[in-house]
Design a protein around this ligand. Sequence first.
Ligand code: SF4
Length: 331
Amino acid sequence: MTEVKKGRILSGMRPTGKLHLGHLSVVESWAAQQNDYECFYFIADWHALTTQFDDTSAIREAGRQMTIDWLAAGLDPEKSPIFRQSDIKTHAELYLLFSMMTPLSWLERVPTYKDQVRQFGEQGKDITTHGFLGYPLLMAVDILIYLADYVPVGEDQLPHLEFAREMVRRFNYLYNCDVLKEPQALLAKIKMLPGVDNRKMSKSYNNYISITAEPEEIKERCIQMITDPARIRKTDLGHPDICTVYAYHGFYNAEEQPDIACRCKAGEIGCFACKARLQQKLNEFIAPIRERRRQLEENPARIDEILAAGAEVAKKESEKTMEAVRGVMKI
Ligand code: SF4
């Protein structure tokens, strides 16, 4: 009997290389969706060019490393095609056709545009290019070309999704058709893990733990974690709610977290012992992922096969949409 799925999901990430624990909750939620939805996962390597156009040397390998981590974290290529955006040239074709009908003002008003231009400008990099301005349009193409029903997003990404939905309405209206489909948001209820310094976990802050970290790296990162600054001695009464180590216990040692809170507040546990326990729990959590990654790395040809097979499916599906698009546009 054919399995009935709840609809099609499209998700992707810019190729950042090996993933950190902050990404893991996202990939785990993708992995959980594979049984209920028809899922497509892609490496957004053309998106990387919007800010890395002047040094492209690391993009391809970063995409490959990210794929290995996706697989180690539970994505199943037998269930969900995994592919590189740049292998599917129809994305570029639809992007070009869309660019002819997208009002410039729609792109300029995307909230992240000005912020990012300013942030990169402060680092001495000018990203005021056609490509960077068109970033939300390329994102819309990635979704619409597969006629995705849902896109897992955080609240901050809702404007991008709304942009894609507006493109659908504009296209279908201009060509008096219903070729494109408005995707819905699948609002992700993902609790974000902080970096070891309690800021957002990010490679640029160097405050991350990789999902395949070796025990030595885990130890070092636990030592760096910010605790309650008022605690000098074990007997000082602590405030676990302002402690990064405590937040991590919530993710990786939930069963002991309430007891840790009581003992910290009562001055019955020292931060050294508390970090050592976290280190142990993180090791237990990461060890199987590390092992799966090691096995995947032993067979590099398998990764190429997975990406090639994913690209085949993506090409076929996107070509169906493009035939309909070319048809209604009479082009
Ligand atoms: S005992 Fe644990 S929870 Fe309390 S401040 Fe130290 S590290 Fe944080």
